[in-house]
Ligand binder design. Sequence first.
Ligand code: ATP
Length: 519
Amino acid sequence: MSQQRNYGSCNAIFSTYPINFNKENNPPSKMLPDKSKQDLDKIAMDKSKLNKKKSTSVETVTPKKTDLASQGRMNSSPAFNSTSKSKSTTTLRQDKLKKAASDDKLKTSKSRGYHMTTEKSPVTHFCSAKPPRTDGTPFRTPSKKFFSDHSLHQSTPDCFGVVQFETPRGKSDVATDEPTLYEGETSNLTVGIRVRPMNSKELSDPKVMSIVKVQGTNITVDCDASQHTFSYDHCFVSYANTARANHASQATVFNSMVSPLVQNAFEGYNVCLFAYGQTGSGKSFSMMGESTLSNNLAPSEDAGIIPRFCYDLFSLAARNSHYTISVEISYFEIYNEKIHDLLANNSSGNGSKRAPLKVREHPVFGPYVVDLSQHSVQSYEDLQMWLKVGNSQRATAATGMNEKSSRSHSIFSIILTQGPKKSESSNVSSSAESSRRSKINLVDLAGSERLSQTCASGDRLREGVSINKSLLILGKVIASLAESTSNRKRGFVPYRESVLTWLLKTVYLLNYHPRQPSD
Ligand SMILES: Nc1ncnc2c1ncn2[C@@H]1O[C@H](COP(=O)(O)OP(=O)(O)OP(=O)(O)O)[C@@H](O)[C@H]1O
């Protein structure tokens, strides 16, 4: 019997901007208007067009040498901190693997592999299942770096210190002599930071100065008397002058950091990528981009990670002649701890807003959103229309820090299912009667806010408090996981304290392994 594995990989993009954050920003001159009836009519038209097409309707640090990227208004280059970071490369030992597998609490139980068998349908392995290699080479995870105690760097943010992400594995994974990680690679968590250019308002304010310098994969924040250096897997700097050397375009970010995840998804791995950063730092720009709403056959230059990811999915699918591929999407936001489906009609018949969706926890598959709509997407063109619908329904508002600030966390999910092609003559599945399902979560978190700078009051204030609270809990959850890792004990992890962490538990945080991978 072929071995089945459950793997996942996760990327995080941290967005930032290169200025001193303590300077007060003036509130914007005008507030964004509420959604106009005209917009809603347009959305309704788009949706009815989509509904005709759909077939089912049911869910941001060891330096590399690159030039010092100096910003337009950047301070003269300060000396870098003498602190250095070394990352140890660790390979899991076989006995550890066996131990991990024998630990019932940590491993993926057999039933976590989502086996859906009906008389007619083939077996479906949820979020896992790699087919056996024909050339005899061992399986390797798509891991990038594996954090260990030795990888701790004084200036690395606490939350990404010692968290180890390992893939939950099923019983059938145990008896293998192969290493779990790519040689030389140490983790399946990759962290990148992107610095956006200063906007015209910042450039025109003499009090605003650039305080961020990037060198290779190190970033130095020079504030007042102190200087802090952080190291990441990737550091990107975008300039207003896109022709400038080392400018990180949307394509650069996607190609260096995200593109490998598309391949991983096709190999049956679960993928989660989220953008975290202060409000107005460019998370939505990185995730969605600016001209997603035009009907292009291919992503425009400004298209962000989500449309590019989907485009690559469809491109790879088109080249695949061995499997039938289905792509289903869902898109929802967590606004003030309430879940709203961004691809459903959120107003009920009588004109009032639909009740928010509930989260329930399945004993085997974990937390899920009840009644979340899922849409089958056939092409990149279809996808653009759904993105248009979803983005238009997302809660945004003007704040003192961002003219169009996301007031919610958004989660764009893709279920990629690859099934065997039916034999033309017999109408029976050609090879193994199994299909692979990978779940891809692309998360655009709402920005953390300093309420004094956002000049928030009323609804904006309530939203800001809710956003900060859920981000705080996300930090707490990651810190708990990190602590459990260092203590080599499973401690209490407050997943349920926020809807965001509860929902991400299965797709991202469950990949955590609280023990050292090797001594
Ligand atoms: N890399 C970039 N290049 C050029 N402009 C950018 C870049 N990143 C962000 N911007 C611009 O900065 C502004 C704020 O970006 P964005 O709305 O994406 O921030 P955000 O982090 O999502 O904010 P919030 O958390 O409040 O939603 C936008 O006008 C956007 O066009």
